[in-house]
Design a protein around this ligand. Structure first.
Ligand SMILES: *[C@@H]1O[C@H](CO)[C@@H](O)[C@H](O)[C@H]1NC(C)=O
Ligand SMILES: *[C@@H]1O[C@H](CO)[C@@H](O)[C@H](O)[C@H]1NC(C)=O
Ligand SMILES: *[C@@H]1O[C@H](CO)[C@@H](O)[C@H](O)[C@H]1NC(C)=O
Ligand SMILES: *[C@@H]1O[C@H](CO)[C@@H](O)[C@H](O)[C@H]1NC(C)=O
Length: 333
């Protein structure tokens, strides 16, 4: 075979491969567009990865930003385990102060009961050169309406939703998959068997509530009436660590607001367990309005200035994280 012919054969083979591959991607994307994003992202990740993690960009880089490293502390794990459940006196006092619980039960006894029911494993602390964990944190802002982010959200490995967030009827904009649903007793909703319930406890009673809601249903009130039972897979229940909660409040929010919002706590969870984080549905919509994507009722200034959260400061930190390429912020419309 002449050299020219050989070149032609090689070029032809490459062409066939490219066409086959593109066709495959395209046919995948017809059945499920999120697969297209997923494979395209995987390819570029494995090609460009620099070693801190298996992605092209990692949450921690060798030459990291000073503002970020001053705040980040990876030795504080986001999830409660038996091992980290013994709170320092300072942390316990801070945590009890959040909702001023009057007669708290004995925490170590409740924790013991809890871990007889749910798994006690230190999950997701597996960062390394092999891992490329893509996460989507989906807030509840009205700016998701008409955004068409659904497939992009669904292409993530971890998809975190918050409080009452529905997907049914909003798939085009918010996606259909949920791996983690973050809630507290007063904001609880039923989940499917494959979704992890991530409980944010604000008091000892919240831990007792999750035990009760998964078993006897005896707790019907906290400071307001709450769901007495919950449909969720108890093998997938996770508890946000009070120590981590305090760290987020102090280190990232410099104690602005009484405590961080569920959205911000979810974002910080993602920052600690993911290599890449995409953020959706945070902030106001393009008219500057605050409402949930599933209803039109105006949340208004009462929402931004509850005196509980400092939404402006939280949003500033989120913008800074985006500026420093630690998260990708999708602002919707
Ligand atoms: C991170 O947190 C641990 C545990 O609270 C603490 O001992 C350590 O000093 C912190 N590291 C930094 C750099 O702040
Ligand atoms: C809580 O219970 C544990 C184990 O039963 C006990 O050792 C501890 O003293 C109790 N703590 C308080 C504050 O009562
Ligand atoms: C839910 O998942 C668990 C395993 O985590 C399994 O044992 C159980 O049968 C499942 N339940 C349903 C209703 O699918
Ligand atoms: C947020 O950032 C803006 C611009 O940097 C600043 O003017 C504003 O005071 C900040 N808000 C808070 C609550 O820190």
């Amino acid at each position: 075979m002449s050299l020219l012919k050989q070149h032609k054969v090689t070029a032809f083979t490459v062409l066939v491969c490219v066409v086959t591959f593109t066709t495959l991607l395209f046919s995948f994307s017809l059945t499920d567009p999120s697969l297209y994003f997923k494979y395209a992202m995987r390819l570029s990740d494995s090609f460009f990865s620099k070693g801190q993690c298996g992605c092209r960009h990692c949450m921690t880089e060798l030459e990291d930003d000073a503002w970020f490293t001053e705040r980040l502390n990876l030795s504080i794990h986001p999830l409660l385990t038996r091992r980290n459940s013994l709170l320092t006196e300072d942390t316990y006092r801070w945590w009890q102060w959040l909702q001023a619980e009057q007669h708290p039960a004995n925490l170590s006894e409740v924790v013991e009961q809890l871990f007889q029911l749910i798994p006690d494993v230190d999950q997701y602390m597996d960062a390394g050169p092999e891992r490329c964990r893509n996460c989507a944190v989906v807030g509840n802002s009205g700016n998701l309406k008409g955004s068409h982010y659904g497939s992009l959200i669904d292409s993530s490995d971890v998809i975190i939703r918050i409080n009452q967030a529905p997907t049914s009827g909003f798939e085009e904009d918010v996606g259909r998959r949920t791996t983690h649903h973050v809630m507290y007793p007063e904001s609880a909703k039923d989940l499917d068997n494959a979704t992890s319930l991530l409980l944010i406890p604000f008091k000892t009673l919240d831990l007792q509530w999750v035990i009760s809601a998964l078993t006897t249903g005896s707790i019907k009130n906290t400071y307001i009436p709450v769901k007495s039972t919950i449909r969720a897979n108890k093998d997938r229940v996770l508890i946000y660590s009070p120590t981590f909660f305090k760290y987020v409040s102090e280190s990232w929010l410099e104690n602005h607001g009484r405590y961080p919002s569920t959205g911000f706590l979810s974002l910080m969870f993602a920052i600690h367990i993911c290599d890449r984080v995409k953020v959706f549905g945070f902030g106001a919509d393009h008219r500057g309005n605050w409402h949930h994507y599933w209803d039109q009722s105006y949340l208004g200034d009462a929402f931004r200035h509850t005196g509980v959260h400092d939404a402006d400061f939280e949003y500033n930190v989120t913008l800074l994280l985006a500026d420093k390429h630690k998260v990708e912020l999708f602002k919707g419309r």
